[in-house]
Design a protein around this ligand. Sequence first.
Ligand code: PM9
Length: 464
Amino acid sequence: MDASQRPARRSWAEPWKVKMVEPIAMLTRDQRERAIRTAGYNTFLLKSEEVYIDLLTDSGTSAMSDWQWAGMMLGDEAYAGSKNFYNLEAAIRKHYGYKHIVPTHQGRGAEHLLSKVTIKPGDFIPGNMYFTTTRVHQELAGGTFVDVIIDEAHDPEIELPFKGNVDLDKFEALIRKVGAEKIPYITVHATVNMAGGQPVSMANVKAVSDLAKTHGIKVFLDATRAVENAYFIQQREVGYSTKSVAEILLEFCSHSDGCTMSGKKDALVNIGGWLAVNDDRIFEDATNLVVIYEGLQTYGGMAGRDMEAMARGIVESVQDDHIRARIGQVEYLGNKLIEWGIPIVRPVGGHAIYLDAKKFCPHLPQDAFPAQTLAAELYADSGVRAMERGIVSAGRNKDTGDHYYPKLELVRLTIPRRVYTQAHMDVVAESVAAVNDERAKIRGLRMVYEPKYLRFFQARFEPN
Ligand code: PM9
């Protein structure tokens, strides 16, 4: 083959090599069918040993580096004032730029504190699409979530570079309708998990911040995947192609008053989170509450070694070569499925591929739980574990008790960081294609057990 026949583009590979492996094995088809039946057709209820390739979530499932593991040995497990907390605080201040840090056991701990400290009964909290744990804490504090994401985010097929953007008109209309005094803050998720991992542009977060400021409303980021968001800005937004992901992240956060963070995603650790705020009063109130719900203000439910691993994970997470390979792997899987005509949310987002279950199974009504069914079928086909992100995740309206019927009925194939190879992605793609070939036979499910909160974690189903 001469040079002219080779692809012009040079390949890239992950900026790491494997030092330790964890064996995995595939059960037989019979065993998998039994396992998913026993799990009530809910992939959350499978045992991990029953799973071959685990794409349930990218939360707490990353592989840590040797530098992070070395940091684990430097855990200072003092009850108060652990040196690892100060390392974590320094890493967050340097890379996210906020003044005060309150450590928490994971992201929902931070959401709980923020909601309790800032929301009064009767308040409204706008946000660019709901997230399950975020909304439940807002509701438990007496607030009502209002979706102010752009309309296009609810359509799996529309291709926009920043499909996670806040619709400023919707935000302004809410301010006019309920009054700014009833809106303690707006949540900006970056990227937007429930929309398919779609990013928010720098221009948009700045405009949100400007509008919020004129009304005395605070802006809180959900910074769980803000590094991935920063990468998309570098790739897609005019004026950012020569800036590093670290510089972009810092600028992005500068348009907010603080953030909640699940360190289990971008920050490359198995457990941990934090609330960051610039406001001294919110910090004081949250510091007061953290000792009730999480732990002392210098550990918040984390061991010293976990804080050290997260401090180091943050440093690694903002490296351009890391994030390029991380999102590159997601794109690899997405592009393969697009090539094969499989319906997925477009464009491919940051942390996952989302199968469009309404397109996959147009013969199923939404209350036959098409995405839940598809996730169970995928597991039965190959032992690949995915997660429902549709009507089950959306839950019920807290006032009427009816199911929410979200426009997006999705199965999320979530890619853990630094864990699986390109060959695993090929196996996943082939299994999705095999299930797609047989989709006309899929019959749907009925829910036979429904917990009150965050039902997707524990609900049980039976086949129709
Ligand atoms: N996300 C996920 O798999 C964990 C389980 S599903 C609730 O995507 C955002 C954008 C998240 C998130 C968790 C949390 C909560 C907040 N915001 O799981 O409590 O994606 O650390 O974080 C999951 P924790």
